[in-house]
Design a protein around this ligand. Structure first.
Ligand SMILES: C[S@@+](CC[C@H](N)C(=O)[O-])C[C@H]1O[C@@H](n2cnc3c(N)ncnc32)[C@H](O)[C@@H]1O
Length: 236
């Protein structure tokens, strides 16, 4: 029962956070990361080998940054963007209108309206920690991937190294102030900090991938582990 309440509550909180921050989402991303999120996302996409014929699903796509970086590499790539928040999905509608090969579906990661064994590559950036049920979402990721398909996730994690921890902690207190100035509300950005604090460790995410049948898991740490990219494959 408690779990049900927690889940409903989290979904509602997350929905409100992204509804209230969607209008300035891209600008805030640039300000909060001093533009670095572009480099991280480029790196994530550059490290995935995809063929022209591959179908890619961009889950928790938000305003569609990852999809944009893929289209830079191959404007004809078939991409399915998924997000439960219409405002976020529609934010760059003008840009995506030019790409017949990109579709958008309003859905959560926990229940994808996608056929089993139909997707070559599943990508998710800064989405995993917002999901209500990570295990269910990972099992959905496994279900929709074809055998041989790749899972790739980029996420922020709690910082462990002492000096980096202090610097990060100072910086993360500045972010809600920035949100107040740009967006008129600091709450969504307080949520972002708290969601990183409350989130699993990199090793726990690797274990969850194993528990959900993924193979060959490896992770790359960026910025001393402030963020990490997990790679995993569906080989069974
Ligand atoms: C921090 S944004 C990340 C957007 C984009 N991937 C990026 O890297 O800029 C998180 C996104 O997760 C979406 N989200 C929240 N709950 C979700 C769920 N249960 N399933 C899928 N996406 C969800 C939000 O609507 C939001 O667009």
């Amino acid at each position: 029962m408690n779990n049900i309440h927690f889940n409903k509550n989290k979904q509602k909180i997350v929905q409100e956070v992204f509804e209230s921050s969607s209008s300035n989402y891209d600008l805030m991303n640039d300000l909060m990361s001093l533009g670095s999120h572009r480099l991280w996302k480029t790196k994530m996409i550059e490290n995935i080998n995809f063929n022209n014929s591959d179908i890619i699903i961009d889950v928790a796509s938000g305003t569609g940054d990852l999809s944009k970086y893929i289209l830079k590499k191959n404007p004809k790539q078939k991409i399915i963007r998924v997000d439960p928040n219409k405002e976020m999905l529609n934010k760059n509608a003008k840009f995506f209108k030019n790409y017949q090969n990109v579709s958008a579906i309003k859905s959560t990661a926990e229940s994808l309206p996608i056929d089993s064994n139909s997707i070559d590559i599943y990508i998710i950036s800064f989405g995993l920690r917002n999901l209500v049920n990570i295990d269910v979402s990972l099992s959905e990721a496994f279900r929709v991937l074809k055998k041989g398909g790749q899972f790739c996730c980029m996420e922020f994690f709690k910082v462990k190294k002492p000096i980096v921890k202090e610097l990060y902690s100072f910086y993360s207190n500045v972010i809600p102030l920035l949100g107040k100035i740009v967006n008129g509300d600091s709450k969504p950005y307080k949520y972002l900090n708290k969601s990183i604090e409350d989130f699993f460790t990199q090793d726990q995410i690797s274990k969850k991938l194993i528990n959900n049948k993924f193979s060959n898991i490896y992770k790359e740490d960026l910025l001393s582990g402030i963020l990490s990219i997990h790679h995993a494959w569906k080989l069974k």
